[in-house]
Design a protein around this ligand. Structure first.
Ligand code: CA
Length: 242
């Protein structure tokens, strides 16, 4: 059974979500504000497999909650609930460390599908022994080494310069995609659509912010990237042996 924590102050929405997630066989809990959610996760250390995080909350908003969780080393897969059509919310959510988003109001069936998607990816990343996955959606190897760096997709970590960095689900998926397409230019639009399933209208700067973060992990000098190159007018290219 998976444990889902719903952070939502509107009680009728929270109750509807909990009822439907429980009907799907999940164990669902509700936190009415960000402070309670932070306490449950960081102080009480309650085991949670997926976090559903509304942005509009009394006190700390969803962006702040996501940032504080990441800063404390808590990488629970997070689905953020955004205002409809707000690209700014989506960008800020990804920057704060959200893994997926859903605009309000949403169809319950779509929300359940997204929650199950995050749980499935987490299971692939955490529990599949190397080489055992029967899915066609994991084309990159589980551990990939280049130029003294190691990308560990199982542990969701990057090792470089004698340091380890924990990756979010989205960072992990983006790195897998770049490795799969090594030495080829990939467009920002392809990344938006194929990695994150985002619609075309979303601002492509979301990608750039992720690339900046990944460069900090793997480059010698992030200002003069060798491995994660910018391809002017197109997007990016991952070059393992520049
Ligand atoms: Ca709310």
């Amino acid at each position: 059974m998976s444990r889902v924590l719903i952070v939502e102050d509107e009680q009728h929405i929270a109750d509807g979500l909990r009822f439907n997630l429980e009907a799907e066989g999940h164990d669902a809990m509700v936190a009415p504000d960000g402070e309670s959610a932070l306490r449950m996760l960081l102080v009480e250390r309650q085991p949670v497999d997926v976090l559903i995080l509304d942005i509009m909350l009394p006190g700390k908003d969803g962006f702040t909650v996501a940032s504080e969780l990441r800063a404390a080393g808590e990488y629970v897969p997070t689905l953020m609930l955004t205002a409809r059509g707000s690209a700014e919310d989506v960008l800020r959510g990804f920057e704060a460390g959200a893994d997926d988003y859903l605009p309000k109001p949403f169809e319950l069936s779509i929300l359940i599908a997204r929650v199950n998607g995050l749980l499935r990816r987490r299971r692939w990343n955490e529990h599949d022994p190397p080489g055992s996955s029967g899915t066609s959606d994991t084309p990159a190897p589980d551990v990939y080494t280049f130029a003294g760096r190691t990308l560990d997709f199982t542990a969701m970590q990057v090792h470089a310069h004698d340091k380890s960095h924990r990756l979010t689900v989205m960072e992990c998926d983006l790195l897998r995609y770049l490795v799969k397409n090594a030495n080829q230019p990939v467009s920002r639009r392809a990344i938006l659509q194929e990695v994150w399933g985002l619609p075309e209208g979303v601002d492509t700067r979301a990608i750039d912010n992720f690339i900046v973060r990944l460069r900090r992990y793997i480059e010698d000098g992030p200002a003069a990237p060798k491995f994660l190159q910018t391809v002017r007018g197109v997007g990016y290219r991952f070059v393992p042996r520049p």
